[in-house]
Design a protein around this ligand. Structure first.
Ligand code: CA
Length: 239
């Protein structure tokens, strides 16, 4: 329940909802050392209360909590405000993880995760919270891929690549969420409509198209990352 400060300008506020005190003891000082302010809750109820009182920028939410179902906490956090939610899940909680993401969590990490990975996910989540649509400008660039959003033209290493309307639509959903995981269900609903969220084969076929057209080596995809059992992530890369 303690807030830490390491600099004069208050950093983003992180709410850590986690019943493992060992993990909290490690994460709190590490996050504070990076300039974040940190609030801790050991239960879901406490987490919801602190979120309502302090309006955190990011919530790190353990799915295995002693009182409430973590997916229920994610749903209630999402209803009450715009904080980014990053789910922390243990192996064997794949289904809960996907449910939490479909309920509005922004991303997830599977335990054990590295601290560097956590920091990267927090940065992406904060960027999306401050600018919900990273494609707000006229073009989107990541690694070899450049998308001219006005003309809907796509280039790889400067050479134009022709995409079908459906391929472009799928790419558009992924780049609007760039850096974050998008679940199978979310992708299917956004591209093929809410009635087609079970049509996994559509997604597999069209992801293969995008990889073939946009990856330098489609057999070793770097841009369109598979999140096994969850969905896909458009990886942000520097040029
Ligand atoms: Ca736990």
């Amino acid at each position: 329940m303690t807030a830490g400060t390491s600099s004069r300008t208050p950093g983003p506020l992180v709410l850590l909802v986690e019943d493992e005190s060992q993990l909290r003891r490690f994460l709190r000082p590490s996050l504070v050392a990076q300039g974040y302010r940190v609030l801790e809750a050991g239960t879901g109820e406490e987490g919801l209360l602190l979120a309502a009182q302090h309006v955190p920028d990011v919530v790190l939410l353990d799915l295995g909590l002693p009182d409430l179902d973590g997916t229920e906490v994610a749903r209630r956090l999402r209803q009450s405000g715009a904080a980014a939610i990053i789910v922390l899940s243990a192996r064997g909680q794949e289904k809960d993880k996907v449910t939490a993401l479909d309920a509005g969590a922004d991303d997830y990490l599977t335990k054990p995760f590295s601290f560097g990975e956590l920091l990267a996910r927090i940065r992406v989540a904060l960027r999306h919270a401050s600018a919900p649509d990273p494609t707000g400008g006229s073009e989107f660039v990541s690694g070899p891929v450049r998308v001219d959003l006005a003309s809907r033209r796509v280039y790889v290493d400067g050479a134009e690549v022709r995409l079908t309307a459906l391929e472009y639509k799928l790419l558009g959903v992924l780049i609007r969420q760039a850096g974050r995981v998008v679940t199978h269900r979310q992708l299917l609903a956004a591209v093929w409509g809410p009635g087609n969220t079970d049509q996994m084969q559509y997604l597999r076929v069209y992801m293969a198209h995008l990889r073939r057209k946009l990856e330098r080596d489609p057999a070793r995809p770097r841009i369109f990352q598979t999140e096994v059992g969850v969905g896909y992530r458009f990886k942000i890369e520097d040029r």
